[in-house]
Design a protein around this ligand. Structure first.
Ligand code: ATP
Ligand code: MG
Length: 375
C-alpha cells in the first residue's frame, strides 16, 4: 500500500474496522501525515467516546472544525466531532421550502425523536457532513474515523436508508391508508373532523397526533431535495476521489470482519484502498527465528547474564521474550493468511508501539510505519 500516494490523490478517506483495532489512531495519523506534507487536512469522528480528541492530545472536540497546533511548518490539521442531530437540522434548514416549514419541523417533537433515534442516522449524517465539507472545498483531504464495523453495513446503506426515511413510507402508508378508507387525503388529518380520528385521539393523545400530522405535512415538500442529496452523497462515496481503508489487528476475529467488510465494499462498488494491519508484534529475532525455544532461551540468558542481570530476573525476562515470540509467530501466520485471501489488494503492517498514542508526538511515532511503502 502506498499511503504517500493515497493521501496525495484522495480527497476523502473513510477508515473502517472492528472495535479497538486503531481506526481513530490511524485516521488521526493519516490526517497528520497529510498536513505535514503541506495539505490542509481535517479528521472527523463520530465516535462518542472522544477518542479522537484524546489521540490528538485535545481536551474536547466541538462539532465545528478545530485547528490542531502542529510543531513545525507544512500544511494545517483540523479535527471535528460530528453531531448527528445538528447535521440533520442543517439538512432540514437547507431543504425546507419556507422558513415557517423549517421552524415547524425543527420544533416538532416527532422530528426530535426520529432524527436522533433513527437507526443508522449517525452513519448517514457523517456521510452527509462529509459531503457538505467536501462541497465547501476548504480542505484538501477529509479523513473520516468511523465507529466499530458492526455498523459497517449501515454506512454503505446509509444514503438509501435516509431516502426511505424521508419518504416516510411506513408512516405515510399507515396514515393515508387509514384515511383513504374514510375517503380523505392526508391534509384532512389536520382538521380532526373524523369520527375515527376522534377515537384515535383519545387513545394516542391529541398532541401526538397533531405532531405527527404536522411532521408529515411539513416534510412533504422536502422529499425530493433529500432524495437528490442522498444520491449525490452515494455517488461521491463511489467515485475516484474517495477511498475506503480497513484497519485490523493481526488476530483472527478482526481479520474475519475486515474480510467481510472488504467483500461488502467490492459488492457495493465502493473504492477500496487496502488493509492496514495494526499492532503487529515486532520480531526481534530476524534470522535467529529457526532456533528452538530452548536454544533461544539459553542464548537470551547468556546475553542477559553478560549484561549483568541477576539470574532470577534474567529468567523472567527470557520467558517474557519467548512469550512475545509466540505472538510474533501468531501475527505472522495471520497476516500471511490475510494477504493470501486479499489476493493482490494492498496490505500494510504497522507495528505494536510501546505506550498508547495520545498526542501529536505519539502519532508522529506511528507515521514512518504508516507512510512506509508496504507489500
Ligand atoms: N500501533 C499501535 N501501537 C500501540 N498502541 C496502539 C497502536 N494503535 C492504536 N493503539 C492504541 O490502541 C487503543 C485503541 O486505538 P483506537 O482508539 O485508535 O482504536 P479504534 O479502532 O478507534 O477503537 P474503537 O473501535 O473503540 O473506536 C488506543 O489506546 C491506542 O492508543
Ligand atoms: Mg475509534
Amino acid at each position: 500500500m502506498n499511503v504517500e500516494r493515497l493521501i496525495a490523490e484522495a480527497e476523502i478517506i473513510v477508515v473502517c474496522g472492528s472495535g479497538g483495532v486503531g481506526k481513530t489512531t490511524a485516521s488521526a495519523a493519516l490526517a497528520l501525515g497529510a498536513a505535514r506534507r503541506g495539505r490542509t487536512a481535517c479528521v472527523l469522528t463520530i465516535d462518542p467516546a472522544r477518542r479522537l480528541a484524546n489521540a490528538l492530545g485535545l481536551e474536547e472536540l466541538p462539532d465545528e472544525a478545530h485547528e490542531v497546533p502542529l510543531p513545525a511548518g507544512g500544511g494545517r490539521l483540523f479535527a471535528m466531532a460530528l453531531d448527528a442531530k445538528r447535521t440533520f437540522d442543517r439538512l432540514v434548514e437547507e431543504h425546507a421550502p419556507t422558513a415557517e416549514a423549517r421552524d415547524r419541523i425543527l420544533r416538532n417533537r416527532i422530528y426530535g425523536q426520529l432524527s436522533s433515534a433513527m437507526g443508522g442516522s449517525q452513519e448517514y449524517m457523517a456521510m452527509e457532513r462529509l459531503f457538505e465539507l467536501h462541497e465547501q472545498g476548504i480542505y484538501d483531504l477529509l479523513v473520516l474515523d468511523t465507529p466499530p464495523s458492526r455498523h459497517a453495513l449501515d454506512f454503505i446503506d446509509a444514503p438509501n436508508r435516509i431516502t426511505r426515511f424521508v419518504e416516510g413510507r411506513a408512516l405515510r402508508t399507515l396514515v393515508e391508508g387509514g384515511l383513504r378508507v374514510g375517503g380523505l387525503g392526508l391534509r384532512a388529518l389536520g382538521q380532526a373532523s373524523l369520527v375515527g380520528w376522534k377515537a384515535l385521539e383519545r387513545v394516542i393523545g391529541v398532541t401526538f397526533l397533531s405532531d405527527l400530522t404536522e411532521f408529515l405535512l411539513a416534510f412533504e415538500g422536502m422529499y425530493d431535495g433529500f432524495k437528490e442529496r442522498a444520491t449525490a452523497v452515494r455517488s461521491l462515496l463511489g467515485d475516484r476521489r474517495t477511498v475506503f481503508l480497513l484497519v485490523t489487528t493481526p488476530e483472527r476475529e478482526p481479520i474475519e470482519e475486515a474480510i467481510f467488510f472488504w467483500q461488502r465494499l467490492v459488492e457495493a462498488e465502493l473504492p477500496f484502498g487496502g488493509v492496514i494491519v495494526n499492532k503487529v508484534h515486532a520480531d526481534f529475532l530476524g534470522d535467529e527465528r529457526h532456533r528452538s525455544p530452548a536454544a533461544l532461551r539459553r542464548a537470551a540468558l547468556a546475553q542477559l547474564a553478560e549484561a549483568g542481570l541477576e539470574a532470577s530476573v534474567a529468567g523472567r525476562v527470557a520467558d517474557a521474550f519467548l512469550a512475545h515470540q509466540v505472538l510474533v509467530e501468531r501475527d505472522r501466520a495471520n497476516v500471511r493468511s490475510l494477504a493470501r485471501r486479499l489476493g493482490s489488494e494492498p496490505l500494510l503492517e504497522v507495528p505494536y508501539l510501546d505506550g498508547d498514542v495520545h498526542d501529536v508526538p505519539g502519532l508522529e511515532r506511528l507515521e514512518p510505519h504508516l507512510f512506509a511503502t508496504g507489500a
